[in-house]
Design a protein around this ligand. Sequence first.
Ligand code: ATP
Length: 436
Amino acid sequence: MTEEDGKTPMEKIVSLSRRRGFIFPSSEIYGGLSSCWDYGPLGVEMKRNVKQAWWHAIVQSRDDVVGLDTSILMHPKVWEASGHLAGFSDPLVECLKCHLRYRADQLESQICPECNQALTAPRQFNLMFKTFMGPVEEEAAIVHLRPETAQGIFVNFENVLTTTRKKLPFGIAQQGKSFRNEITTGNFIFRSREFEQMELEFFVRPGTDMEWFDYWTQERLSWFIRYGIKPEHLRLRAHEQAALAHYARCCSDIEYLFPMGWSELEGIANRGDFDLKQHAIFSGKSLSYYDEDNKEAIVPCIIEPSSGVDRAVLAFLCDGYAEEPDKDDIRTVLHLHPAIAPIKVAVLPLSKKEPLAELAKGIYSRIRARWNATYDDAQSIGRRYRRQDEIGTPLCVTADFQSLEDQQVTVRDRDTMAQTRVPIAELLDILAEKLG
Ligand code: ATP
């Protein structure tokens, strides 16, 4: 019986993340800070890979999308115009006995799940974090930490349009931190108060918005599948008209079958012309697009695929995680797509001694010039393979005493565990082909 036996699937992910340096509780030496998390040495690589895969698909590989990186603190009027000050709230209820707080819309009944006592009537609780700009803590100095990155894009619509001279349809994308003072958090990095988003605002001609909504929904579904999420673990859930956010004409969630059940991974909304019109009213600036063909100004509609980086990382971890028979034992593997895996190749010499170490280090330095790689010469080769399997390293390169004579090494595949002997002279090409 190992320490891992008897754990729930989510507990296993949390434990692996902690043990191998993917994700740590924030401020852990002080007992942690509720719902805040730190990405460790492997986690930061994986998170960057997720963001890069998104950035590449959404921005770099397309002519019709440009990127942006806007500030977290914005003019207070932004949140008035966007409707967040008035409407970005969840219904909060509190137990009259134990004083635990819940989101009323997430409860099955109107009694406290902890102690079965009555709850207060719901009151709307605004989810935006408040702080003060400058040295005086007064009403006029209040600013908010952004609860979404989208508004930074809308207020820069005119700047981007004039500097890039893009024509409709085109998009502006941004990745960055967002903050929400969630009433209840939990399920590891699924719901936290500080998290990262990847958002695309795609501006289209009114009338073509539903076509683009369908297009982006399919694009985003296929992105998750391309990077390794099993299609049967993804589904689309269309919001009912009555449940739509104040800005949305229609909205679908891409849901993933997380260990706690189907939950939102990404939201895709047709925001109509709400945002540009609101900011035009509040700023007094015209936020429209001049249509050369028809010689008229139009306000574009916006299609928004809005994804959470942390939820994507969690989905990749959950989907990749497996415990598989290996000889007489069980191995833990993360079947991560090579583009998502924190380390692509591990170089493992069979001995720490020269001249084998010199040969292996030479190979390692050539590999790491191209990919994120690691070198491990401690303990048995079987244990070293296990260590790499557990963190999702797709390929291991093993140099043995024979390598000194025949200038060949063994390439071992994480998923099939197949081992192939290849000439060192061809190694980089072979790795490149396998890593895709
Ligand atoms: P939920 O219903 O789960 O609260 P939401 O519908 O409010 O989410 P959106 O406003 O659509 O979420 O935000 C877009 C994306 O940002 C979500 O799909 C999710 O991936 C991510 N996200 C939102 N809130 C959080 C959070 N508290 N922690 C981590 N990621 C989040």
